[in-house]
Ligand binder design. Structure first.
Ligand SMILES: Nc1nc2c([nH]c(=O)n2[C@H]2C[C@H](O)[C@@H](COP(=O)(O)OP(=O)(O)OP(=O)(O)O)O2)c(=O)[nH]1
Ligand SMILES: [Mg+2]
Length: 318
């Protein structure tokens, strides 16, 4: 490990979204710390300022917009070799004025899915992934092995507006899983619904799924990210070590639990919110809480440090 970093700076920055859902990025000047890389506009929080005050000041100074409203999105802690940064990230959807590079820096409005094509400072991985992720990650499972019930569940989720769905179905025969997955993928074509397969990464590629969800066993067996960043790669984690592994393999997000007692894993001891939150302290990765949760647990989960919530039964989509 490198020596203990000398100083810690607090920064406020904005993921600014226009009416079309595009996000503003700016290029840091070559001489600055993390020079030449792209960033979300913002800067250091000055003594006596709140993060929101700093955000408003910086966005006026750097890109000439007045922030009319912003929601706290996430907090990233990252140690660079020379300093530690705490980034207070806001999502900014209400602003006035036309964005421009007031310091002469290039700026670009890009679709959320195109963010992965730009080089950002290391601390930004979490932000770039989260900017593309919804707060809910429902899972279609095969608890009763009943294909028509699974089909109904999947359709209800799509009709309910869920845009990121995992197809788990561990006990289905491989050929049945495969054809059901293909049917669901075809059903998502042309929509904004992304289907993630809990299967081998190769199958996700072959069938044209949006990505793969790794079981913790599969996660533990890997030494690098199995698919490139055009695919989502997520994993199920049950302890801090697995979360660390998911982060070190540069996965896009993790699901962590069970937080509360759950019918699908009655033998696993639930973590409880406190332990859940402790384990997330050192993790720079969007994490969905899982286990005994329903849609109304979102606020609790986010206050414990989760990005969102995942679940099999809690999301009826109806
Ligand atoms: N603004 C911003 N800073 C980021 C991002 N990602 C990231 O690691 N950082 C780091 C780089 C810097 O070490 C620090 C931000 O400092 P800054 O250079 O923007 O600060 P500032 O606008 O106040 O600039 P200055 O007055 O020091 O020139 O946070 C990001 O997306 N946006
Ligand atoms: Mg700045």
């Amino acid at each position: 490990m490198s020596a203990v970093p000398k100083k810690e700076i607090r920064v406020a920055a904005g993921v600014i979204e226009d009416a079309a859902g595009r996000i503003l990025i700016a290029q840091r000047s070559a001489e600055a710390d993390q020079g030449g890389l792209w960033e979300f506009p913002g800067g250091k929080i000055e003594p006596g300022e709140t993060p929101f005050d700093a955000l408003r000041r910086e966005l006026m100074e750097e890109i000439g917009i007045a922030v009319d409203g912003a929601e706290p999105m996430l907090v990233v802690r990252h140690a660079y070799p020379r300093q530690r940064v705490i980034l207070e990230i806001f999502r900014v959807r209400k602003f006035s004025g036309e964005a421009r590079g007031c310091l002469g820096q290039p700026i670009r409005w890009v679709g959320a899915d195109d963010l992965v094509d730009f080089r950002f400072p290391a601390a930004n991985r979490f932000i770039v992934a989260a900017a593309r992720l919804p707060f809910h990650y429902p899972i279609v499972d095969d608890v009763a092995g009943d294909l028509s019930a699974m089909r109904r569940h999947f359709r209800r989720l799509v009709a309910g507006g869920f845009s990121l769905i995992q197809l788990r179905a561990k006990t289905l025969e491989r050929a049945v899983y495969r054809s059901f997955a293909q049917e669901c993928i075809d059903c998502c074509a042309g929509s904004n619904v992304r289907l993630i397969l809990n299967a081998e990464p190769e199958l996700a590629v072959e069938l044209g799924a949006a990505g793969v969800h790794l079981t913790s066993a599969r996660l533990n067996s890997l030494s690098s990210r199995p698919l490139d960043n055009k695919f989502w790669v997520a994993a199920s984690c049950h302890d801090a070590g697995e979360l660390e592994k998911a982060e070190s393999l540069r996965l896009d997000f993790a699901v962590f639990g069970p937080v509360l007692p759950t019918r699908s894993h009655p033998a696993s001891a639930p973590l409880g919110w406190e332990r859940f939150s402790e384990c997330l302290q050192a993790v720079n990765l969007p994490v969905y809480a899982l286990g005994g949760l329903a849609a109304e647990h979102l606020v609790r989960a986010r206050s414990a440090g989760a990005w969102g919530i995942a679940g099999i039964r809690g999301f009826s989509g109806s």
